[in-house]
Design a protein around this ligand. Structure first.
Ligand code: SAH
Length: 342
């Protein structure tokens, strides 16, 4: 395993194998979580130890191949190149309550949602825990802005890379590392039901977001292939179990697509089906993806949909779109970069 994917006890054990005392483990772990690019930056280690580590545990750091900064809202988007040449996107968003980093969990995605740019080329590979950590570390370092919140809403399906994502959460939350509170982390899934149950068992204090995007199977089947494996009743039942296990209110993402899922009838159907499930809805006007015929809903349709949900007792916010001038939504930058190289 990569040294940067290891927990502190694991790093300490790895150093012990190299004949080192326990305090070296702590030193190395602290350096790794500062975002060093080479063992030579670990100035309080003896030179021969630095060399031994470089031999046994090659140290990787991502390279920013593109960086775009929004002139409107300060959103910064990075295209990071990984050690094997693959690229993933990370977005830093600035809110009044702090800075949020949106990270990718996979190179590409195999979920096939009709409106999403991340899935167009399929899944290339899953990210290692340290490759998720690196996105947070190096975004913070490069931007000079402290990261307070993390959302797993970039490229990929986090629950399709379950163990690596769980390990990443443990690393980024560790006191000797970035020490980011679980309550400041959100994980979004398109609805992999068995994994939602597995996540519930871990009883983490993270926020769970479900990409719903439809009021029923007819609509979800059309735009989200995952619904065929886990239809909406099955998904909502898993959400109820998740709530019972964790007492954490679930967030539902709902991309508003013109003529597909944005009618008043759709809002009323949602209200009926969500009964008794504490929920918050994020309504997101669809970001237009070049390859897709789907279009965003009108402002009026979004406002009306929101009003019906709120009148029915479900809180719903319309997501402010940040970084509209820099392709800051899911997979668009990586896609453009790929196309240019083809
Ligand atoms: N695979 C996970 C994580 C991706 S999160 C998931 O599906 O939840 C990214 C969020 O943006 C998801 O809610 C996704 O459905 C949504 N999304 C993807 N493409 C979009 C687009 N073109 N416009 C608006 N939202 C989009």
């Amino acid at each position: 395993m990569n040294l940067k994917s290891m927990t502190l006890p694991e790093v300490t054990a790895a150093l012990k194998e190299l004949g080192q005392p326990a305090f070296r483990g702590k030193q190395v772990y602290a350096w790794l979580h500062k975002g060093v690019r080479s063992y030579d930056e670990m100035t309080n280690l003896p030179k021969d130890l630095r060399e031994a580590l470089a031999q046994q545990y090659p140290l990787y750091a991502p390279v920013a191949v593109r960086k775009q900064e929004s002139q409107r809202d300060g959103t910064i988007k990075y295209l990071w190149q990984l050690s094997d040449g693959n690229c993933v996107e990370t977005v830093l968003m600035r809110y009044h309550y702090g800075n949020t980093v949106c990270i990718s969990t996979e190179v590409g995605c195999r979920m096939g949602c009709a409106f999403c740019a991340s899935t167009l080329g399929g899944l290339v590979r899953k990210l290692e825990p340290y490759e998720m950590l690196d996105q947070v570390l190096f975004t913070q370092l490069d931007s000079g802005l402290p990261v307070n919140h993390i959302v797993l809403m970039g490229i990929g399906e986090p629950l399709d890379n379950f163990e690596n994502v769980m390990r990443f959460l443990e690393l980024v939350n560790s006191q000797e590392g970035m020490n980011i509170s679980m309550r400041h982390i959100s994980l979004s899934t398109c609805g992999l039901v068995p994994k939602i149950d597995e996540l519930a068992k871990r009883k983490l204090q993270i926020s769970l977001a479900i990409s719903l995007h439809g009021p029923n199977d007819a609509v979800r089947d059309k735009i989200m292939p995952v619904n065929k494996a886990y239809p909406m009743d099955t998904l909502l039942a898993a959400c109820r179990r998740y709530y019972e296990a964790t007492s954490r209110r679930i967030h539902f993402e709902y991309a508003m697509i013109d003529g597909v899922n944005d009618t008043p009838e759709a809002a009323r159907e949602l209200l009926r089906r969500m009964k008794g499930l504490p929920a918050h809805f994020n309504l997101i006007p669809l970001n237009h993806v070049e390859e897709s015929p789907l279009k965003p809903s009108s402002k009026a349709a979004v406002a009306n949909f929101q009003k019906i949900l709120e009148d029915g007792g479900i809180t719903a916010t319309v997501r402010r779109t940040l970084g509209g001038d820099i392709d800051a939504s899911c997979g668009q930058l990586r896609r453009k970069h790929q196309k240019k190289q083809e």
